[in-house]
Design a protein around this ligand. Structure first.
Ligand SMILES: Cc1cc2nc3c(=O)[nH]c(=O)nc-3n(C[C@H](O)[C@H](O)[C@H](O)COP(=O)(O)OP(=O)(O)OC[C@H]3O[C@@H](n4cnc5c(N)ncnc54)[C@H](O)[C@@H]3O)c2cc1C
Length: 584
C-alpha cells in the first residue's frame, strides 16, 4: 500500500492529524476536547499569514460558536449582508442590475457571511487547541505511511495498525520519528500527500479553472459604489467577483481565460511570466469602467493564481483507519465560498465519530458511509462540482437558490443509526421546526436560576457529548414539577446505563411562573444550575418554533449539534433504543 516503514524509536498516538489548515485544526480540536490523545503536524513553518480562503458561512460560525470561538472570529471580521450584480452594456460599461440579501435562511443565527483571512481562522483554532494541551508540530512532514493489511489488527480497537514516519524539517540531521497510530487524518490540502500515498483517486471534472485572487485596499478616489457588498461583475471580457474584506480591504476573484493572454488555451496552464498583480489590476480597471477601482502597490496585501479542478475523492477513508478531510478530498472553485466551510464542517463531523470509536463507546461507525449519511459535505461537494453553484457572472437568483447549500444551514443528515427515525412529532416542512438530522435552530430561553436569556445553541457546546433536551411541557407550578417523577426515575435508569459523561441533560419548561426556582426541579432534570430553562414567556414561543406541543418531548442532539432523535416526553425507552443501536 505504501513505502515500508521500519521501526526506530516508535511513539504511539490515538490519532495523527497531518495538516494544520482549517480542516486538520477543527478535527484535532474536536478530538482533544473529547479527551482523545491526538497529535497534529504541518510541513509549513507558520500558519497562513494572509489571503487564501476568506468567507465564513453562517453554519460555520455556529460551529465555531459551539467551541466558544465565534466572538474571536467576529471581532475583526467584515460582515457581508448584500450581493449586487453588475452587467456590461455597450457604450456604458458595467451597470448595476440589482441587489439581494445574501443570507435568506430565516433561522440563521448569524445572517451574514464573515470575511476574514484564513490565517486568523487558523490562529483562533490553533489557540483553542493549545488550551486543550495540543501543540501544532511544525515544520514536520510525513515521509512514509504504512497501513496494516492484517484484518484482525484492523478490527482490533486497541491496535495501532498505521505506522507513519515523520521528519522535523528545521533540524538538519533530525532523526525521523516513527509514529504508531490507531487512526490517521489526512487534512493536508488539495495536493494531499496522504491521499496520494494511499492511492485514493480523485473523481470529477478534470478541466482546471485558473483563478486569480488579489487582496488590496482601494484608494480613496475609487468610486465603485458596491465595494462593501459582494459584487458579481459580468464585464465585457471577464467575470469578476468582489468580496469586501476586513479592515476596509477588498478581494477580487478573476477567472482567467485564454483571452487574457495569461493562460495557454491548449494546455490550460498559466504563463506565469506574463502574470503580476499589476496585470491583474489592469484587467480589473478595464472591467469596472466607468467606475474607478484602483490601488497603489503598497496597498496590495496578497495575490495568488491557482488552478482548481472541481473534484471529489473516490473514498474518504481507507480501511476505516485513514481518513482524508477538507481540500484533500474535495476541491471547489472559490465562487461559492465553500472550501474552508466544507472543510471545517467535515472535520467537525469526523471528530466526534472518531472520538466515540476510540473511547470504545460506539460500535465501529461505518466511516466509509460517513458522508453517505446524508446531505453532508460530499453531497454538497458533488452538488457544487456538478455545477449547481453560483455561476460567475451569476444571476442573483442563483445565490438565493443555493443559499441553503452554501450557508450550510439546511444540511440534513439522512436516517441512520445516529440519526434515528424514531417517532417524530414535528412538522418537517416548517423552517422553524426541529427535524431529525438537522441542526438545532437558535432560540432564546430564560435560565431559571438567574432569569438570564440564553441561546439554546449555546447549550449544545462541542464537548464531545450527546445532549438530551427535556421539553417538560406545561409546568405551571412547583407541584406540577413533581408530576415529572416517573420521567426522572426512567431517566436516572437510562443515565446509569450509559458511559459516564456521555449524555448531558438540559430541561426547558413551557410555562413561566415567577415563583418557581431551579431548586424546585428534580435533580435529574437540572444536573447543574445552568441546565434548567423557561421557554421565555407563558405563551411558549420556543415550543411553537420547534413544533413541540404542551405535552413536551425528549430531543437528543448528537455531539456535533444535529438532532439525533425526537420522542414523546414519556418515551425514555425509545431514547434507550436509540443509543443501543450504536453504543457498546
Ligand atoms: C495558494 C492557495 C490559495 C487559495 N486561495 C483561496 C481563495 O482565494 N479563496 C478560497 O476560498 N480558497 C482558497 N484556497 C483554498 C482554501 O485555502 C481551502 O479550501 C481551505 O483552506 C481548506 O482547508 P483545508 O484545511 O482542507 O486545507 P488547507 O488550508 O490547504 O490546509 C492544508 C494544510 O496541510 C499542510 N500540508 C500540506 N501538505 C502537507 C504534508 N505533506 N505534510 C504536512 N503538512 C502538509 C499545509 O501546510 C496546510 O497547512 C486557496 C488555497 C491555496 C493553497
Amino acid at each position: 500500500m505504501s513505502s515500508t516503514v521500519e521501526s526506530s524509536t516508535p511513539s504511539k498516538v490515538d490519532v495523527l492529524v497531518i495538516g494544520a489548515g482549517p480542516a486538520g485544526l477543527t478535527c484535532a480540536l474536536g478530538l482533544a476536547k473529547a479527551g482523545v490523545n491526538v497529535r497534529i503536524v504541518d510541513h509549513s513553518p507558520t500558519k497562513v499569514q494572509s489571503g487564501h480562503a476568506d468567507g465564513v458561512m453562517p453554519r460555520t460560525i455556529e460551529v465555531l460558536q459551539s467551541h466558544g470561538l465565534a466572538d474571536a472570529l467576529l471581532k475583526d471580521a467584515n460582515q457581508v449582508y448584500t450581493i449586487s450584480n453588475y452587467n456590461y452594456e455597450a457604450d456604458v460599461g458595467i451597470k448595476c442590475a440589482g441587489r439581494v440579501t445574501m443570507i435568506n435562511e430565516p433561522t440563521a443565527r448569524y445572517p451574514f457571511a464573515a470575511t476574514q483571512n484564513q490565517g486568523v481562522m487558523e490562529g483562533i483554532l490553533g489557540d483553542a487547541l493549545l488550551k486543550e494541551g495540543a501543540v501544532i508540530e511544525r515544520p514536520v512532514r510525513p515521509t512514509a505511511i504504512d497501513l496494516s493489511t492484517d484484518e484482525n489488527e484492523l478490527k482490533d480497537p486497541d491496535a495501532y495498525p498505521i505506522k507513519v514516519r515523520v521528519k522535523k524539517l528545521n533540524e538538519e540531521e533530525a532523526a525521523e520519528e516513527l509514529v504508531h497510530a490507531k487512526y490517521v487524518v489526512g487534512a493536508d490540502g488539495a495536493h494531499s500527500w496522504v491521499r496520494r500515498a494511499l492511492n485514493v483517486p480523485m473523481e470529477g471534472e478534470q478541466t482546471a479553472h485558473v483563478w486569480a485572487a488579489i487582496d488590496f485596499t482601494p484608494t480613496p478616489d475609487s468610486n465603485f459604489p458596491d465595494w462593501r457588498n459582494i459584487a458579481t461583475v459580468n464585464a465585457k471580457d471577464v467575470g469578476i467577483m468582489l468580496i469586501p474584506r476586513e479592515g476596509g480591504k477588498i478581494r477580487l476573484y478573476v477567472e482567467l481565460g485564454s483571452e487574457d493572454g495569461l493562460v495557454n488555451a491548449e494546455s490550460g496552464r498559466l504563463d506565469s511570466a506574463q502574470f503580476s498583480p499589476d496585470r491583474l489590476l489592469e484587467i480589473a480597471k478595464k472591467a469596472f469602467a466607468p467606475f474607478v477601482l484602483k490601488t497603489t502597490p503598497e496597498n496590495v496585501e496578497w495575490w495568488t493564481v491557482y488552478v482548481i479542478g472541481q473534484r471529489v475523492a473516490s473514498t474518504f477513508s481507507v480501511k476505516d483507519r485513514v481518513f482524508i478531510a477538507g481540500d484533500a478530498c474535495h476541491t471547489h472553485s472559490p465562487k461559492g465560498g465553500q472550501g474552508m466551510n466544507v472543510s471545517i464542517n467535515d472535520a467537525h463531523n469526523l471528530a466526534w465519530k472518531l472520538a466515540y470509536t476510540i473511547r470504545g463507546w460506539a460500535e465501529l461507525i461505518a466511516f466509509d458511509k460517513w458522508f453517505a449519511e446524508g446531505f453532508s459535505a460530499k453531497a454538497r461537494a458533488k452538488l457544487i462540482a456538478e455545477g449547481n453553484n453560483v455561476d460567475l457572472p451569476g444571476p442573483l437568483e442563483a445565490f438565493r437558490a443555493f443559499s441553503s447549500v452554501t450557508t450550510g444551514i439546511r444540511i440534513r443528515y439522512a436516517p441512520s443509526i445516529i440519526t434515528a427515525t424514531a417517532p417524530d412529532k414535528t412538522d418537517e416542512n416548517g423552517p422553524y421546526t426541529l427535524t431529525v438530522g438537522k441542526r438545532l435552530p437558535p432560540q432564546v430561553v430564560l435560565r431559571v436560576a438567574d432569569r438570564r436569556p440564553v441561546n439554546v445553541q449555546d447549550l449544545c457546546l462541542s464537548n464531545g457529548r450527546f445532549k438530551l433536551f427535556v421539553f417538560t411541557g406545561d409546568v405551571l407550578s412547583a407541584d406540577d414539577i413533581q408530576s415529572l417523577n416517573k420521567l426522572t426515575t426512567d431517566l436516572d435508569a437510562l443515565l446509569s446505563e450509559l458511559p459516564k459523561g456521555l449524555l448531558e441533560v438540559f430541561s426547558i419548561i413551557k410555562a413561566k411562573d415567577d415563583a418557581i426556582t431551579y431548586m424546585d426541579v428534580p435533580q435529574t432534570l437540572r444536573p447543574h444550575w445552568t441546565s434548567i430553562h423557561f421557554d421565555g414567556h407563558a405563551s411558549g414561543p420556543v415550543y411553537d418554533a420547534y413544533g413541540i406541543n404542551r405535552e413536551g418531548a425528549l430531543v437528543v442532539f448528537r455531539p456535533d449539534g444535529y438532532v439525533g432523535t425526537i420522542t414523546p416526553l414519556g418515551e425514555v425507552e425509545l431514547v434507550r433504543q436509540y443509543f443501543r443501536q450504536f453504543l457498546k
